[in-house]
Every structure is written in C-alpha cells, then in structure tokens.
Design a protein around this ligand. Structure first.
Ligand code: AGP
Length: 368
C-alpha cells in the first residue's frame, strides 16, 4: 500500500514529524493509572512466569540494537532485572549459557531482519521464552515469537529509522514500569513514571521547533569528514544513534561514544576540523559531561551541544547549542535524539544525498 508524503519533501522528514503521534499510539491503552502500571495484551506469559523472570536478553540490529541499550538502562533501573544486550548477528552463532527464567526480546521495526529472526529461533529452540518488540503486524518475527508488543508507529518508509526508534524506547520504558510494578516499585513511583511518559509526545513536539536552527548548524558543519557523538547514561545510546543516522544517509564518518570513554582513545581525533556533538541535558552526569566538553574545547575541537533550554552555562563552552525541553531522565533518549535525526537529515540534503534511499542499504536486511 502506497504511503503518501503528505506535503513533506521526504519520508524521513515526515516520519521525524510524526513522532508526537507515534508515541501517543505506542502508549494508547497501555498506561493503567489506577494501578500505576502498564498493560500489555500479547505477552502470553502466566503471572507465575512473569514473576519468576530472572534475566532479560534484548537483541536486535542497528538502530533496534541502540534501543535495546536504552532498554538495558531502563529495565535495570526501574525493574532491577539484569539485562544483557546482544547483537542478533552475534547471538545467533554464540552459545552463551542462558539461565532458566530468562526472557528473550527480539527488537525490530520490520520484523523481517534475518539475524534477529535466527537469534530468536535459536533461543526458542533451546527452550527460552521469546518475545517480539516489533512494528510490522504479522511479520516473520512477530509470528516466530511466543508473544510480544507492537509499536503501532505506522509504516516507516525511510531507510533511516526514526519514529520506530523512539517508539521502541517508549515501549521499553513501559515494559520496565510493568516489570518494576510486579516487583519492588511502589505505587507512587509507578505513578510518577506514568507522568514522565505522558510528557514525551509534547516534549518531542517542542523539540521539533529546533528544525530551522538545526538547518543553520548543518550548513556550518556539512563539509566535516568526521564527527564525534558523545553522551552518557541514557544518552550514550543517543550518541550511537546520532552517529549511525549521519553515517547512513550523509556518508560522513561518525563515531558514537560514552563521553567519558573519549579520553581512552577518540580524543586523539579531535582537531579544529573534527566537530563533536555532545548530548548534555540536565541530569546527574551533567557536570561530568561538561568536563569532557571542556577537554575537547581545550584541544580546539568545534562543539555542538544538545542541551536543556535554560541551561545557563552551555553557551560559554559550546560553539552551537540546540535546545531541547528539560525532561525526566527516562524520556531523555526519546527527546534528545530528535535534533540528531534532523541534523543528519539536513547534512545529507546539503551534500546532495538520497535521504530516503541511501546507497548500499535496504530497509530490512532479510539476508545474512
Ligand atoms: C536504521 O536506521 C537502519 N536502517 C538499520 O540499522 C536498522 O535499524 C536495522 O537493519 C534493523 O532493522 P529492524 O529494526 O527492521 O530489524
């Protein structure tokens, strides 16, 4: 079925702008305020199975692997269940010991990625319960898994995944809430998490206001040949995702790193021609990331900062600042990725690249 551009120049831009709506759809009917938890219709697990989960494996490829990293932070923080994140392409050929009472989630937009399908089949064959966190209804992975959660993001046509990523982060936050509430998480804490999640669509809408400014930032940095993306905690996966978006559609080399890891190698790349994008919203590691930023500045590296609005210190250090709303930590990855999606979009356009169909890439990788 053909999906129209509805006046947008590219599917990628349309899908970036659809995020307030796709996030609402991911949450619709799933937030139970009365019990301060989330509800899912298709997990197909008995209460006994749910309570006895001792480990969760999150697996996927590319952008879906990045959302798995966000899920690791969320589930460990809110539900206190140990999480392993695995590249599906590695998991399928490794033979890791997997304890009983382990749940395996395959995270995938398309539901057709060959490695993710094979990794789920292999773990299922060994007797573990497999679940799909998937966008495309009735896809191969949705069918192969024992149960799962749909993203309800609507069709994603652009090869660069945008709205599926933020919906994956959102669903993983709801799963973390759900598992937390059948364990130690209090009613009050659950209610606060629901309130945090409900802010996400509006905050993304506000973050989209940065588009015109991001265009001017893209103009300034479009000829860079290397860009570093740096963030910590919930925004470390954001750094990886920002770098992947830039690589895949603009063909500019980019690396994402945990900001503090920079001094163990990547800082050697910093010079006046190598910009660094710092994802530095308010939060517990703000001062630490600021210190990393000052190290880059001292070495002459241009700095683009994605920072909370009203941050009084950022302008003094960064060359360019992109403001995002100040939001609770658990929804930061959903909000802070938006300017990075737009930055890669505008740099790719300015470099004359085919944004929706980048060279050498397919929307879903159905072969090994
Ligand atoms: C994302 O922008 C990429 N095109 C790619 O990394 C993608 O996320 C990966 O191939 C996994 O696809 P899936 O989510 O459909 O399984």
């Amino acid at each position: 079925e053909e999906v129209s551009l509805q006046g947008y120049e590219h599917y990628m831009l349309k899908e970036i702008y659809e995020q307030p709506e796709s996030l609402k759809n991911a949450m619709r009917g799933r937030l139970d305020e009365e019990n301060a938890t989330a509800v899912f219709g298709g997990l197909n697990l008995t209460p006994q199975q749910l309570r006895s989960v001792e480990r969760i494996i999150l697996t996927g490829c590319g952008t879906s692997w990045h959302s798995a990293l966000v899920g690791e932070y969320l589930i460990e923080e809110l539900a206190r269940i140990p999480v392993c994140v695995e590249y599906a392409s590695e998991l399928r050929y490794r033979n890791p010991p997997i304890e009983n009472n382990t749940l395996v989630f395959g995270i995938t937009q398309s539901g057709e990625t060959a490695d993710t399908l094979a990794a789920l089949r292999e773990t299922k064959r060994k007797g573990h319960r497999t679940l799909a966190l998937c966008n495309v209804v009735g896809s191969s992975i949705a069918q192969a898994a024992d149960g799962g959660v749909y993203l309800h993001a609507g069709p994603e046509i652009g090869v660069a995944s945008t709205k599926a990523y933020t919906s994956q982060c959102c669903v993983l936050a709801m799963l973390a809430l759900y598992f937390g509430r059948i364990r130690h998480l209090s009613f009050e804490a659950g209610r606060n998490i629901i309130r945090d999640l409900q802010q996400a669509p509006g905050a993304v809408q506000e973050a989209l206001n940065c588009n015109e400014h991001v265009k001017t930032v893209a103009e300034k940095y479009k000829d860079a040949t290397n860009i570093l993306y740096l963030g910590r905690q919930y925004n470390f996966p954001t750094a990886l995702e920002g770098a992947l978006k830039l690589k895949e559609i603009s063909y500019v080399h980019a690396e994402g790193y945990p900001a503090a890891e920079m001094k163990h190698g990547p800082i050697a790349l910093v010079d006046e021609k190598t910009p660094s994008v710092f994802i530095i919203p308010q939060g517990t590691t703000y001062d630490k990331v600021m210190a990393n930023m000052e190290e880059v500045k001292a070495r002459g590296g241009p700095i683009i900062a994605v920072a909370s609005k009203n941050d009084p210190h950022i302008e003094a250090v960064a060359d360019d600042v992109i403001h995002i709303p100040d939001v609770p930590a658990i929804i930061q990855p959903i909000v802070s990725v938006v300017p990075l999606q737009l930055l890669s979009y505008h740099i790719a356009l300015l470099r004359g690249c085919d944004v929706d169909k980048p060279r050498n890439l397919a929307k879903s990788v159905t072969v090994e």
